[in-house]
Design a protein around this ligand. Structure first.
Ligand code: ADP
Length: 201
């Protein structure tokens, strides 16, 4: 069973990913793959250096993240060029990791699953972790370095709760739940989905 896991910032997506792993799922973390591709020697670095120039490569050979973030923020075309390099590489590595996994359930952790549209056909189920915007804001403000302005910017750059929920086969509503209650819900879902034998489309 291949599952796409997504959720807005602060929804608890990473927490649910960890709980699914504890429940026996294999986790494919597309953010971690993306970071690995842009470390020194990462598979995306030659194409990035060619497309954006040596200025975007730090002294150690990794992507200069601050510089690239600033460019992508102000220049939509540059953001698209970066994504055109990264996304196919991320997808290829994620699918290779999934093919090598032996767990009954493989969970692809994809923050922008609904926004990108690249994952729907590759997973049998979409699991959305959802909570109110107020809860999202309260959780993210606990993170070091996050201001209200930065949280609002991140929220504005993501799709709406409504669109995410519309794309879901199951929604975990992570509001007013203790971590223990969330864990119980995740285990029950993993048992239901992990035991089914539905072919990936
Ligand atoms: P995301 O990956 O969606 O951005 P996280 O899983 O990192 O969100 O969760 C954000 C923060 O909220 C973390 O500190 C996490 O421990 C906390 N959190 C998430 N769900 C709950 C919950 N049900 N009860 C208490 N804390 C929670």
């Amino acid at each position: 069973m291949r599952v796409g896991l997504t959720g807005g910032i602060g929804s608890g997506k990473s927490t649910v990913a960890g709980l699914l792993r504890e429940a026996g799922a294999a986790l494919v973390d597309t953010d971690a793959i993306s970071r690995g591709l842009t470390l020194a020697g990462g598979a995306a670095m030659p194409a990035i250096a060619q497309a954006f120039g040596a200025d975007f490569v730090a002294a150690d050979g990794a992507l200069d993240r601050d510089r690239m973030r600033a460019l992508a923020f102000s220049d939509a075309g540059a953001k698209r060029r970066l994504e055109a390099i990264l996304h196919p590489l991320i997808t290829a590595q994620a699918l290779a990791e999934a093919d090598a996994a032996t767990a009954p359930m493989i969970v692809f952790d994809v923050p922008l699953l609904v926004e990108s549209g690249r994952w729907r056909s590759r997973v049998a189920r979409v699991l959305v972790v959802d909570c109110s915007v107020e809860t999202q804001i309260a959780r993210v403000l606990q993170r070091p370095g996050w201001t209200m302005e930065r949280v609002q910017g991140a929220l504005a750059a993501q799709t709406s709760r409504q669109a995410r929920r519309a794309a879901a086969d199951a929604v975990l509503l992570n509001d007013g739940l203790s971590l223990a209650e969330l864990a119980t819900e995740v285990r029950s879902l993993a048992a239901r989905w992990g035991c089914e034998t539905i072919a990936t489309p």
